[in-house]
Design a protein around this ligand. Structure first.
Ligand code: GLA
Length: 401
């Protein structure tokens, strides 16, 4: 992987080549890996993700057109749209994320002026590390900077989520956009997805690395299964309202509530609800464990989360199970679990520094022996959320723009 400075330089050169002027601003927004709290965000629950050192970069400058021109370095393609009529691009589907962000900005009453953008990213696509959330947040940062828009971090995360829900058409929760915007270096972010209150929980001081292992399994069913899980959670709430009239989301359910009323639910719905209720509880315990420096407990909770996602929420798959089990066998691995929506994608493992080498030798080899594919493995560090890296204050448009 080229380092950040080199990547910015290459992107800046490309920008000049494509648009004939230097960029006025350059921003970055990272991908994410969720340590614990899976399938809880859309149930108004808790999550604990980190932003990672893989990111989307966008260089941009204003233009005189009432249009936005997007150039993707990764795909070497251009996609442009008029600000008066923003539609989806069926061919350049990557462009629908920035398109959706501008669409939502307008819908919220912001005035967006014409701009030229060049985009480059090193978050692996379709691996469950939220390259799409990062592209949305980077786009929002660009348009905020160029148009001097007043928007808080949580507001930007909500706007990007709305772009994905309403424009792109994916019914995701708030986690990915929130961590990409608000991540804190060397910290995990504890987020209450109902109130959007958040707190950075320190990780530095612990001698651990976060290892993300990509199963490379195509996540074919992920959208339909994801939507089905959301519906099942809503059904659980609507059935339980008969007994607990004040609940509005599974977040409101306690473990004793579930013991008391769980048998009133059909078995599948009961399993889904049990995952969500126990997962929220595990997040609260994990945050405490991290604060107490109790990584053994933190890791155990991660492993339990995997089992719950496998057995109760049923969003794991053989590849994810094999990867997690391979990690569990290594001394010095505190915990390992599937991360993200599931049905493929990645596991995340919290690994003591001195065990990293053994992990990198043994986990990919065991996965290869059992699944027949060599996985891609990334050693990650928790990074800051989105940042403006360069912004030239100048009211004038550059010549030729
Ligand atoms: C996807 C969604 C998130 C979240 C996770 C599951 O990554 O984009 O909002 O629901 O799945 O925890």
């Amino acid at each position: 992987m080229a380092d950040l400075e080199e990547r910015i330089e290459t992107l800046t050169h490309k920008f000049v080549e494509v648009y004939g002027v230097p960029p006025r601003t350059t921003v970055r927004a990272p991908g994410r890996v969720n340590l614990i709290g899976e399938h809880t965000d859309y149930n108004d629950g808790y999550v604990l993700p980190i932003a990672i050192d893989r990111e989307v970069l966008i260089a941009a400058s204003p233009s005189r057109e009432s249009a936005v021109c997007l150039y993707s370095m990764n795909f070497d393609r251009v996609s442009a749209f008029s600000l008066g009529n923003i539609a989806r691009d069926r061919v350049n589907t990557w462009s629908n994320y920035p398109r959706g962000v501008v669409y939502m900005l307008q819908k919220r009453g912001f005035t967006v002026k014409g701009a030229n953008l060049a985009i480059q990213g090193d978050i692996p696509l379709a691996a469950g590390l939220s390259s799409s959330g990062a592209l949305e947040v980077a786009s929002a940062m660009v348009f905020q900077t160029l148009n001097k828009l007043e928007m808080s971090g949580p507001e930007m995360a909500q706007l990007c989520q709305a772009a994905e829900n309403e424009f792109v058409g994916v019914n995701c929760g708030i986690m990915d956009q929130f961590i990409s915007r608000l991540g804190v270096k060397n910290h995990a972010l504890f987020v209450d997805c109902r109130t959007l209150e958040y707190e950075a929980v320190a990780i530095h001081g612990h001698d651990v690395r976060f290892i993300v292992a990509d199963t490379l399994k195509k996540r074919g069913l992920v959208d339909s299964e994801y939507n089905m899980r959301r519906e099942q959670c809503e059904e659980a709430v609507s059935l339980l309202k008969t007994y607990l009239p004040n609940i509005t989301a599974l977040r409101d359910l306690t473990i004793p509530d579930l013991k008391r009323y769980g048998d009133r639910l059909p078995p599948t719905i009961r399993r889904r609800a049990k995952h969500v209720v126990t997962e929220n509880d595990r997040v609260l315990k994990s945050v405490k464990a991290l604060r107490d420096g109790d990584l053994d407990l933190f890791g155990k909770l991660m492993n339990q989360s995997h089992e719950s996602l496998r057995d109760l929420y049923e969003v794991s798959c053989r590849e994810l199970d094999v990867m997690a089990e391979a990690a569990w066998r290594i001394p010095g691995v505190y915990g390992s679990r599937m991360t993200g929506a599931g049905f493929g994608g990645c596991t995340v493992s919290v690994v003591a520094n001195e065990a990293v080498e053994e992990f990198l030798e043994r986990v990919p080899a065991e996965y290869k022996a059992r699944i027949g594919v060599t996985p891609t493995v990334y050693v990650c560090t928790p990074e800051n959320g989105a940042e403006v890296l360069l912004s030239e204050e100048s009211g004038e448009l550059d010549e030729g723009a």
